[in-house]
Design a protein around this ligand. Structure first.
Ligand code: IMP
Ligand code: MG
Length: 185
């Protein structure tokens, strides 16, 4: 089976992504104009890596780039909200303005945990920029400050988002055919 035949439809095109990244870069540049020190981007691996690579080049204010890798406890594919930090930040964020960059907010459990964790380290501010948002699935209240696209409740892959580590290289966002993951959840 080819990769393409596993995608039921395109949710966001390559052109829409490029335009949105420019728009978000502009909004972030304006929101943080004049802050003390560089804006600290905290990119959540691996899903947000591709989005962040494009996004930082659309931001015109000084910034630094750091990464966190996290994983949910347990084997379930659905998020539990209990998050284990696999790779932590390289440096302190005390007193800094932090922007978390995440691929998608679904139930909200992961983003809520992360933002609270980072706030607890004494950052001056912690906000979030997410590429995709599935608000229908939210279980906890968390509102990302910058959102690329709101999508329906379908499993999205591409532009960094994976299913079982595949499809991250697609230049667009597609809905994965349920037959690919049915019976494996
Ligand atoms: P949450 O804690 O339920 O908000 O889950 C967020 C995480 O689940 C994301 O960082 C993704 O890794 C993963 N996730 C949720 N929905 C999707 C999807 O549609 N495609 C790919 N990964 C997803
Ligand atoms: Mg992820």
């Amino acid at each position: 089976m080819t990769e393409q035949s596993e995608i039921t439809r395109v949710l966001v095109t390559e052109e829409e992504i490029a335009a949105k990244v420019k728009e978000l870069g502009e909004a972030i540049s304006q929101a943080y104009a004049g802050i003390d020190g560089p804006l600290r981007f905290v990119v959540i691996l691996k899903g947000a890596a591709i989005f962040a690579a494009d996004l930082v080049r659309a931001v015109r204010i000084p910034l630094t780039l750091d990464f966190m890798a996290i994983s949910s406890y347990g084997k379930q594919t659905k998020s539990s909200g209990v998050v284990r930090i696999l790779k932590d930040l390289d440096s302190s964020i005390e007193g800094a303005h932090v922007l978390v960059v995440e691929d998608i907010v679904d139930t909200g459990l992961t983003l809520k945990y992360l933002m609270e964790n980072l706030k607890g380290r004494g950052a001056a501010s912690v906000r979030a920029c997410v590429f995709l948002d599935k608000p229908q699935r939210r279980k906890v209240e968390v509102t990302p400050d910058f959102v690329g696209f709101i999508i329906p409740d379908e499993f999205a892959v591409g532009y960094g988002l994976d299913y079982a580590e595949r499809y991250r290289n697609l230049p667009y966002v597609g809905a994965l055919h349920p037959r690919v993951y049915q019976g494996k959840e």
